[in-house]
Structure formats: structure tokens, C-alpha cells
Write a protein that binds this ligand. Structure first.
Ligand SMILES: CC(=O)N[C@H]1[C@@H](OP(=O)(O)OP(=O)(O)OC[C@H]2O[C@@H](n3ccc(=O)[nH]c3=O)[C@H](O)[C@@H]2O)O[C@H](CO)[C@@H](O)[C@@H]1O
Ligand SMILES: C=C(OP(=O)(O)O)C(=O)O
Length: 434
């Protein structure tokens, strides 16, 4: 288990380039299983979760060429389905959440797929019902072995169908969509997730020869095709990393330009930061955040306390609420952070309270933060990162805090942020990997 040692407060300045999006990478890498032809993907983030998925595909028999740490070619000529019954497969696949999305492509191409309990952040119940409900609608049979936590789906024949998903699950939509593109007939997926990364997956599948309409909406219409071909694809910048950098700049009073941040794809993220009183300027494809002595949280029009809450896209992404929460600790004013989608993601506030933040955890989903308006700095502390986003929130807290902080279990941060220590040190942070 590695740790970060941070000597704060750090004031940073300069330019930073966001990595490619983790959650898009996981989807489009799984999509390469849909064709025997070569698929080239650029701007792949060099992070633990993605590297595990690439290794998993390689172990399944996919030929992989690495042109650079961020650009790969995949050719899924022959897949070794026997491997999916091995202990090695279970271990590798269960090291991340996104690997669940190999199921849709395998079901469509080979009529069967297996999966162990997926990994990913331990942030509350993370069911998979939507995935299997969708596969069943397409005609697959589903089995679950509870003692082993092992899922199997198989089908002699799949057939297009209409389905209303029980929730707009991101990986669920991606999985069912990838099965549907090679399923004969028309499939309509209503209550589909429609965030930019699902749109990117749809666009890539279309370039591979799939017939998809309704891209960007919650109703996807897919006319199944017999085969898909190879293509080239470039991954968008990671909006969660972009949001993390905006929050970090505000909290540490740093002046930062986030280069090539694809601001048009950020949805409500800029509005949510401006409601926190944080100034940011969109300059073409870049986002400039000036050094701000203070930022004051707005109230709603009727004067009531601001709430920052998550919702399925185009609502605010749940993956940034930990960052909003930490940033609020040094704002002027108060805010209610309401994490509706995950039930165990706010417990890390105890660590911020230890650092001197004023936070009341109302219940597992809601925390009220009373900002210090930079009057009292947080103090350095020793902590452990429970999940990716809490980890980066603690890193932001430590960068703003007076004195030395240590964050243990930074593998959680490395799952989603590429060389974050080196990149932040280049613009003036003081982070040591130990
Ligand atoms: C690998 C990957 O891509 N992971 C992302 C993906 O996870 P993942 O696809 O696992 O998340 P889901 O979209 O399935 O669901 C996330 C949570 O929100 C709840 N829910 C979902 C939809 C809905 O309409 N109502 C509702 O309450 C679910 O019950 C669950 O607790 O999407 C999540 C939601 O953006 C992100 O946090 C994860 O980073
Ligand atoms: C919850 C997250 O990831 P995962 O779904 O991979 O656990 C995240 O990226 O914040």
C-alpha cells in the first residue's frame, strides 16, 4: 500500500492537461470485443482500472499493440471463452467495476458470457439488475450462483425487443447497447443513460457499422447488424478530472488553466461551481480559473440554502460531489451536499472534520458544510483513502491544509487519476509518493 505525503499549503499556477476519461475508456475498450477487426483507441488514460481491463482482454486472447502509454490497437480475433471459467479471470475481472461491460459484447458475439462479483468503489449497494434485465429482454437466460457470486448469461438466439430500464444505469445501458448492436431486429432502450461517454460509445459503434439513433437522448433505437468492422476512436477528456482541478484551484487559491477540457461536454458542472461562487472562464477549449481570495456560495432565489445534489445525466454527476464537499469547507456560506445515488460515499467527511472542517453529516446521503471563508485553514492529518473521489477530495484538502498530511491507500486514487502527484508537482504542488 503506497501513500502520499503532502506539505501544504500549496499554491499552484500554470497549465494542466486532463487525462482521457476513465469511464469512457472502460466502455470503448470493452466494445473492441464486438469485432474481429482492428480498433485503434487514442487518449486512453494510463490508470490502474484501465490497465487491468487491457490486461484482462489480453488474457482473453485479444491481440494488443501499444503505440504509446495512451494509444492502443485491439484485435479480438479469437476469444478464449475457457479462460472465463478460470480463477485468474475471476481475480482480474473483479478488480474493477467497468469490466462488467465485457458481458454484452461476449453475449452478442458468442451467445454466452460469465462474470464474477465486480469490483470498483465501495460506496454502497451497486446492483447489476438493470444489466441482466436488459439481456433477458433480448432473449438471454440468466443464472446467478450466490455462494460464488458468479453470473452467467447465455442464449441460442437473441432478438431485438423494447425495454424500459428500471433505472438509467450507465454501465447497464452500455452493456445492453453493445449486446443489441449485433442482435437481429430492432431494440429500443428507454430510460437509457445518456451521458457524454455513452454518446461517445454510440458514435464509435456507429463508425464500426452499427445502426443507432436517439444518441444523446434516453431513448436509443438500435437496428441490429450482422457484423461490425474496425475503426479509430479518440476518448474525451475526463470531466471528473476537470471538475477535480477546478475545485482544487479554488480551494488552494491557485491560478490554473485546464487545457483542452472540452467544456461543451461538461453539462451542469460549470454551473454548480459558479453556484459555489467559483469564477471560471471558458476560453475556447480551455478553462481558466483565476486565483480567488474568497468564493461565496449562492443561495437559491428564495434565499434558501444552496443544495448540490447528483442526478442521472444531464443532472450533476455523483462522482464530483466529494470534490464539491471539500471545496465548500473553505467557501463563504453554507451548502447542503446531497449524494442521492450512492449511500456510503459521504463517510469520509470524518477525516475532513479531523482536519478542522465544519461539517454535519445529517445522514448517509446528506452533509451540511459551513465554510470557513479561508479564516481557519484545515490542518495536516494522516488519513486513508476510501474510494477514488474521496481520495482526490482528501488530496485537495491536504494541498490546502497547513502542515504535513499523509494519505494512505493511494491505489484508490491511482485507479482513476494518471500520475496525479507528478502532474500537480509540475505546477507547484508538494506531493511525495512513499
Ligand atoms: C465504470 C463506470 O462507468 N462507473 C460509473 C457508472 O457506474 P455504474 O454504471 O455502476 O452506476 P449506475 O449508473 O448503474 O448507478 C449508480 C448509482 O445510482 C443509482 N441510480 C442510477 C440511475 C438512476 O436513474 N437512479 C439511481 O438511483 C444506482 O442505483 C446506483 O446506486 O455510473 C455511475 C453514475 O454516474 C458513476 O458514479 C460511476 O463512476
Ligand atoms: C465510482 C467510480 O468508479 P467505479 O464505478 O469504477 O467504481 C468513480 O469513478 O467515481
Amino acid at each position: 500500500m503506497s501513500s502520499f505525503e503532502i506539505t501544504g499549503p500549496c499554491r499552484m499556477s500554470g497549465e494542466i492537461i486532463p487525462q482521457g476519461a476513465k469511464n469512457e475508456a472502460l466502455q470503448v475498450i470493452c466494445a473492441t470485443l464486438l469485432t474481429s477487426e482492428k480498433v485503434v483507441i487514442d487518449n486512453i488514460p494510463d490508470i490502474l482500472d484501465v490497465n487491468h481491463l487491457i490486461r484482462l482482454l489480453e488474457e482473453m486472447g485479444v491481440e494488443i499493440d501499444r503505440f504509446s502509454p495512451n494509444k492502443y490497437a485491439f484485435r479480438a480475433g479469437n476469444i478464449d471463452l475457457e479462460y472465463l471459467q478460470t480463477k485468474e479471470f475471476r481475480k482480474r475481472a473483479s478488480s474493477l467495476r467497468g469490466s462488467i461491460m465485457i458481458m454484452g459484447p461476449l453475449l452478442a458475439r458468442y451467445g454466452k458470457a460469465y462474470f464474477p462479483k465486480p469490483g470498483g468503489d465501495k460506496i454502497g449497494r451497486r446492483r447489476l439488475d438493470t444489466h441482466f434485465f436488459g439481456f433477458e429482454k433480448l432473449g438471454a437466460r440468466f443464472e446467478f450462483k450466490p455462494d460464488e457470486i458468479f453470473y452467467t448469461v447465455h442464449a441460442e438466439e437473441l432478438k431485438g425487443a423494447h425495454m424500459l430500464l428500471d433505472e438509467a444505469s450507465v454501465t447497464g445501458t452500455a452493456n445492453v447497447l453493445m449486446a443489441a448492436v449485433l442482435t437481429p431486429g430492432t431494440t429500443t432502450i428507454y430510460n437509457a443513460a445518456c451521458e457524454p461517454y455513452i454518446q461517445q460509445l454510440c458514435k464509435m459503434l456507429t463508425r464500426m457499422g452499427a445502426d443507432i439513433s436517439g444518441i444523446g437522448s434516453n431513448l436509443l433505437i438500435i437496428n441490429g447488424v450482422e457484423v461490425l468492422k474496425g475503426c479509430e476512436h479518440r476518448i474525451l477528456p475526463d470531466m471528473i478530472e476537470v471538475g477535480s482541478f477546478i475545485g482544487m484551484a479554488a480551494m488552494t487559491q491557485s491560478e490554473i488553466t485546464i487545457k483542452n477540457a472540452a467544456p461543451a461536454e461538461l453539462g451542469l458542472i460549470p454551473l454548480a461551481f459558479s453556484r459555489m461562487g467559483i469564477n471560471l472562464e471558458i476560453r475556447g477549449e480551455d478553462i481558466y480559473i483565476p486565483a480567488q481570495a474568497q468564493y461565496e456560495i449562492e443561495t437559491f432565489i428564495d434565499g434558501s440554502i444552496m443544495t448540490i445534489a447528483d442526478a442521472p445525466w444531464p443532472g450533476l454527476t455523483p462522482d464530483l460531489l466529494s470534490v464539491f464537499l471539500v471545496v465548500a469547507t473553505q467557501a463563504k456560506g453554507s451548502v447542503l451536499i446531497h449524494q442521492k445515488m450512492f449511500e456510503s460515499r459521504l463517510f469520509f467527511v470524518d477525516k475532513l472534520i479531523d482536519m478542522g472542517a465544519s461539517i454535519i453529516l445529517c445522514d448517509p446521503h446528506r452533509a451540511t458544510v459551513i465554510g470557513h471563508n479561508h479564516g481557519n485553514s484545515l490542518r495536516g492529518s494522516v488519513m486513508t483513502s476510501p474510494d477514488i473521489r474521496a481520495g482526490v477530495a482528501l488530496l485537495i484538502a491536504a494541498l490546502s491544509a497547513k502542515g504535513k498530511s499523509v494519505i494512505h491507500n493511494i491505489e484508490q486514487i491511482d485507479r482513476g487519476y494518471q500520475n496525479i502527484d507528478e502532474r500537480l508537482n509540475q505546477i507547484g504542488a508538494s506531493i511525495r509518493r512513499v
